[in-house]
Design a protein around this ligand. Structure first.
Ligand code: FES
Ligand code: FE2
Length: 448
């Protein structure tokens, strides 16, 4: 590094208009949409699908589907549009191991074939049914979630067996939040640790952390007082690793090691004690202007402590499928209370969770933020890295590459070996060599 570079570091550049469009849009035929269609996606909490229960309408990557569970526990996942003339199959009867459309009674079996066509003469109904193509897709249940693969005419890749995907449901706690803006905005807020001591200065005293009020207040104090970390990154076949490194007062170094798994998983730098809960955030696009974030807390050793879960999710809507219900919108400025701000509250969003504050900020940028207007600083390096590595992967696929960033075609890795971590980095150790499965005492500030 030259002296000039040291005093004038090179700051990340904003995206061009075309790059911003390519990053954000997810419909069929878009650059990012085609990349995302190469992945398995979580589409709904598994518990939402009851045997023989109502089909659930799914928006994913700008397209509409339904999913349902049959009496014998098989899962169906297909286009919402009835293959006959387009009635919504979300309205259909769920019976006899398939869906029966309300309009003319066509029956589509869970295997993805039209099985009965009562509107055709019996003599030719079977032959007619055989000729109808049903757009039915590969679907899986794992980790308390229903997963689907909606790439057309493409073989699904290996299922991502992240460590939570092999746990029983009582060791997983899932809350989903819906927000009205582009999925990348949601993901950027989760990856951005520079805002924690600002935006969440007040809400962290009451939400997010478990362990009681005193623990929370101490965490906030540490956040405010902590020296700015230096960040290091390592792009890998599965995504990238981020180390936020801080000097501790006793001369040691603390590393908050986050894993990002493409296309949208953030493994938060949680506790390095094996028996503790750890959390990941999955940002799934519904379409260009709506997305869901799945906050999935899991414990590899024991059932989730329900009391701790309640504490973690204080001030959120109890609906596990939308903890952000009733958040408001720009027309009422999300119910911001200026008097509370005068009295010292960081945001004026009283009785709200820190994740609500994130959603409000993301939505306040508009449905698709204009990244050409950004002025990025050194703390935005991870944001820039995320944007550019995703774009690079999507452009590579468009240009014919067979290596898909985030999958085994890009290089060997173990999905189950991906885990965030917060710990003291032993002397003379490169953080890249740290084993995230080693059982050591956690260090403070496991959030950035
Ligand atoms: S539209 Fe579904 S059976 Fe006619
Ligand atoms: Fe946040």
């Amino acid at each position: 590094m030259t002296y000039q570079q040291a005093i004038e570091p090179e700051y990340p550049k904003p995206l061009t208009h075309q790059e911003n469009e390519d990053l954000a849009r997810v419909g069929p035929g878009t650059v990012m949409g085609e990349y995302l269609r190469r992945f398995w996606h979580p589409v709904v909490r598994a518990a939402k699908l009851e045997p023989n229960g109502a089909p659930v309408r799914i928006r994913l990557l700008g397209e509409l589907f339904v999913t349902y569970r049959t009496k014998s526990n098989r899962i169906g996942f297909l286009r919402e549009r009835c293959p006959h003339r387009g009635a919504s199959l979300a309205l259909a009867h769920n019976s006899g191991e398939g869906l029966r459309c309300l309009f003319h009674g066509w029956k589509i079996g869970v295997g993805g074939k039209v099985e009965q066509v009562p509107t055709e003469p019996p003599a030719c109904a079977a032959k007619f049914a055989e000729g109808v193509k049903v757009r039915h897709y590969p679907v899986r249940e794992a980790g308390g979630l229903i997963w689907a693969f909606v790439g057309e005419g493409i073989e699904p890749p290996e299922f991502p067996d992240y460590e939570f995907n092999s746990l029983p449901e009582d060791q997983i706690d899932i809350r989903v939040g819906l927000f009205h803006c582009n999925w990348v905005q949601g993901m950027e807020a989760v990856l951005d640790s520079a805002h924690l001591g600002q935006l969440h200065r007040s809400s962290f005293k009451e939400t997010f952390f478990t362990g009681g009020k005193e623990v929370r207040e101490a965490q906030v104090q540490r956040l405010i007082e902590a020296p700015a970390p230096s960040f290091e990154f390592d792009v890998t076949p599965f995504g990238f690793r981020e180390a936020a490194i801080r000097d501790l007062s006793d001369g040691r170094k603390q590393g908050n090691l986050r894993m990002f798994a493409a296309p949208y998983y953030s493994f938060l730098p949680g506790s390095s004690r094996q028996s503790d809960d750890r959390t990941i955030c999955i940002s799934v696009p519904f379409d260009d202007e709506w997305a869901a974030q799945y906050f999935l807390t899991y414990n590899t050793h024991q059932p989730i402590d329900q009391q701790a879960s309640k504490e973690r999710w204080r001030y959120t809507d109890p609906d596990p499928d939308n903890f952000a219900a009733g958040l408001g919108d720009v027309s009422n400025l999300w119910g911001q209370n200026r008097d509370a701000m005068q009295a010292g509250h960081a945001t004026g969003f009283i009785g709200r969770h820190s994740f609500h504050e994130d959603f409000i900020i993301q939505e306040s940028m508009g449905p698709i933020t204009d990244r050409t207007q950004d002025n990025l600083g050194s703390s935005d390096t991870i944001i820039d890295l995320t944007r550019r590595t995703l774009l690079k992967a999507a452009y590579a696929l468009r240009d014919g590459s067979t290596e898909i960033w985030g999958q085994k075609s890009a290089g060997d890795f173990d999905y189950a070996g991906i885990r965030g971590n917060a710990r003291v980095i032993p002397a003379n150790t490169d953080w890249r060599d740290i084993d995230p499965f080693e059982d050591v005492e956690p260090v403070f500030l496991a959030t950035s």
